[in-house]
Structure formats: C-alpha cells, structure tokens
Design a protein around this ligand. Structure first.
Ligand code: SF4
Length: 411
C-alpha cells in the first residue's frame, strides 16, 4: 500500500476485495481517516475507498493499521494486483447464475503471488460477473468473464460483457474450472506482446487483432477455448437495485443499498454504517450495500441511513448526481465540483442524472450519464448531453439548473 500526493495532502487507496469490508474493518478505516488524515473518505467507482489528506508524519502508522486490519494485499508490492470487479451482490443475489466469490478468491491469490504481473499497469482491471441482476456493465475492463451457466463463462478482451448487438461480442467461452488458468494465460500473453507504452488491453488491440491475441493465449493452454459466444448477450443490469432492501440467498437477512452523497463519507458516517450491519460492500456507483441485516431490522436500518443523509431511493437528488474530486483535491480540476454539485442538488428537477467533472479526464463516470457538466473555470461549466459538442458553454450552476428544468419540461 502507498500514499500518493494530492492537492489536499496524501491519498491512500484501500482496495477492497469485492468491495467488501467487515464492520470492524470499517471502524479501523474511520479511525485512521480521522487520526491520520482529515476524516474525509471517498468511495470510488471501482468499489474501493480512498482516505484523503493523510499527514506525512502519519503515513506509516496509517498503512500499518490497515494491514493489521486485513485490508492490505496478500504479498508486499501486490496491492495493484487486486483490481477485480464483482457485483455488489456477488454470492448473495438469489437470481444470479453462479456465486463467483470462490473463483474470485482464487484469481486474487494467483495474481498477487505472480511476481511478473507487477509489470501490469495499476489500472489494469478485470471483471468477474456471475449474472447478478445488479452489475456495473458500462465500465470497460481489460479482461472480463461473465457466467453463461453454473459451469461455463464467456470472456472478452477490452470492454464489457455485451448487452446488445452494438457491443463487441465475447471472444470465446471456457469451463469455470479453467478460468484461473485462462486468466493467467491472458495476462502473460499481454505482457509478452505489449510495448512499454501499451499499458491497457485496448492499447494492445490497436496493434494485434483480438483473434491474434487469442491464438497466442490458446498456445499457453492445455484445454480448448470454445468459439460459441458470437450471438450471446448478457441480460441488462438494473442499476436501481443498488437502492433499498433486497432479499439475499440466506433467508433471515437482507441487503440494503444506499447512495453516499457525491461518493464522499466522513469518519463519523462510516462508523455509523458499521453499527447498522456486520459487513458492507462499496459499489461502482460510489454507493454502499449493507449485508446481513436481519429482516426485522430492515425498516429501522433504512431510517438510520436516511438520518445519515444517504439516498435510499433512486429519485433523490444525490442518487442522480456524481462529481469527481474537483479542484479542492485535484490539481487538474478547474472548479470545486463537489461544492458545485451540493448547490445543484437543491435546484435539480425531479428526473435525470448529472455528472460534474473537474476536467476532461472524467474520473467519476465511466458509465453513461444523461448530462455532463465539464468545468472550464471556477463555477463555470460546458454542458454536454449525447453530442460531442457542448449544448451550452461557460454556464453557472444556476444556469445549468434552469437548462435541466427546461429539458425535463420539453421531454
Ligand atoms: S476528472 Fe479531472 S479534476 Fe476530476 S478528479 Fe479527475 S483529473 Fe481531477
């Protein structure tokens, strides 16, 4: 684990396996955020957490506490090899095709113990999808696996599981038992072929066709990949399932999802979440899914989440607003997107979602959002919808709110 510099001090990324931590681990995160930093904790769109404003004299203490709490990597220097995205309901959704958590454990162990994989970019990302009804299917991954049945997975290189004919089809399929060996072969083939400047799978696919990469992968395997996925499509996910109460496989307990306003928590709120449920998962929507809540406590838990100002239904303004770190914490930001988004929240019409981005890198939204406000100066934004050209330029938050209200009325 390491601390990287940011405009508001040191930044410590905590990679959570499957986005999950126990209540005890959450309390440790809250404690170190407060004692070693400013108490501000960001939920990321990779289902991880970031502790902000870590003081230089507290860096070692913070990392030691996190490792002691079981939040570090399996081996030293393997922290970057934990970018494995699962559904927030992996292993819990009664409608999923398969529980992928056992395979996920194997993949994570395997990656972290393979010294050569340290050559991969820290951003190199893998997705393992069990067919849950709630899954982030818009984030491009370098490699993805998606369940076809309880014993077989489709997989693809660069992109996401296809949900329509417009998407790239899966590359091939593989038996579940062979997923770890296949992933190993794909990652080593990538390192064999990629030039130093080609850090992601999409870069390699500019030079080699997917078929050529697959041929090289096949040479490393002692089983045959099946070319039977050309017409396969992954059923759509329902992102609104990240809100509210959901039954889970085990009767007697439910999961409860809520949106963290603008993906930012304070230590007090995280401690309070740890009082509601014995474990929780962060989601790629920068929200939280509380697990193992007794059925009898569901209604009171929703009330407690509301009291913490988390959004528990999809129509609330903070359920429809995202903002990147912005100029308070990021040197690239042209405006304080979080503060601007707070202003916009009180002016939002009743429908539509909005993304405020401090610059064109668009860190907060890898998925589709109806309206994007791209900062060009403090408090000033260009407004984009589907088009690549802005439909309004250098507007204020209040002007953006009026534009949103008009577009809602016209629709
Ligand atoms: S989108 Fe730009 S301003 Fe916002 S966090 Fe990313 S790099 Fe920083």
């Amino acid at each position: 684990m390491r601390i990287v510099p940011a405009r508001d001090g040191g930044l410590c990324r905590i990679r959570l396996t499957g986005g999950e931590m126990s209540a005890a681990q959450a309390r440790v995160v809250a404690d170190v955020a407060k004692t070693c930093g400013s108490g501000v904790i960001d939920a990321t769109n990779r289902s991880n957490l970031q502790i902000r404003s870590v003081r230089p004299d507290a860096e070692d203490a913070l990392i030691s506490r996190l490792i002691e709490a079981g939040l570090g990597p399996a081996t030293q220097d393997a922290d970057d090899l934990r970018n494995l995205m699962l559904s927030p309901l992996a292993g819990l959704d009664p409608h999923a095709i398969v529980d992928v958590t056992p395979i996920a454990r194997v993949l994570l162990e395997q990656m972290q113990h393979d010294a050569r994989l340290r050559e991969l970019s820290p951003k190199f990302a893998i997705m393992l999808d069990g067919g849950e009804r709630l899954a982030m299917l818009d984030h491009p991954h370098d490699v993805w696996f998606s369940a076809l049945s309880a014993h077989r997975f489709a997989f693809g290189l660069g992109g996401c599981p296809p949900t329509s004919a417009e998407h790239l089809p899966a590359a091939a399929s593989v038996e579940s038992v062979h997923v770890p060996d296949l992933m190993n072969a794909v990652l080593h083939t990538f390192l064999d072929l990629a030039l130093p400047e080609q850090t992601r799978m999409r870069d390699l696919l500019q030079t080699y066709s997917a078929e050529a990469v697959l041929d090289r992968v096949q040479q490393k395997l002692d089983f045959q990949l099946k070319q039977d996925t050309k017409d396969w499509r992954r059923p759509s996910s329902n992102a609104q399932l990240r809100f509210g109460v959901h039954p889970r496989r085990n009767e007697g307990a439910v999961c409860i999802g809520a949106q963290i306003p603008l993906g930012r928590l304070d230590a007090t709120t995280l401690r309070a979440l740890a009082e509601i449920a014995p474990r929780m998962r962060m989601t790629p929507w920068q929200s939280v899914m509380l697990l193992d809540v007794p059925v009898a406590d569901a209604a009171s838990s929703i009330d407690r989440l509301k009291a913490l100002d988390l959004a528990t239904t999809p129509n609330e303004p903070f359920a429809r607003l995202i903002a990147c770190t912005g100029s308070q914490g990021c040197a690239k930001g042209f405006s304080d997107t979080k503060a601007d988004a707070h202003r916009l929240a009180s002016l939002m019409p009743e429908t539509g979602n909005v993304h405020l981005s401090g610059c064109a890198r668009s860190c907060a939204a890898a998925h589709h959002v109806d309206t994007t406000l791209l900062a060009v100066a403090p408090g000033r934004y260009d407004l984009y919808t589907q088009a690549s050209e802005p439909v309004a330029r250098r507007i204020t938050i209040e002007e953006a709110a009026r534009w949103l209200a008009r577009s809602t009325t016209d629709a």
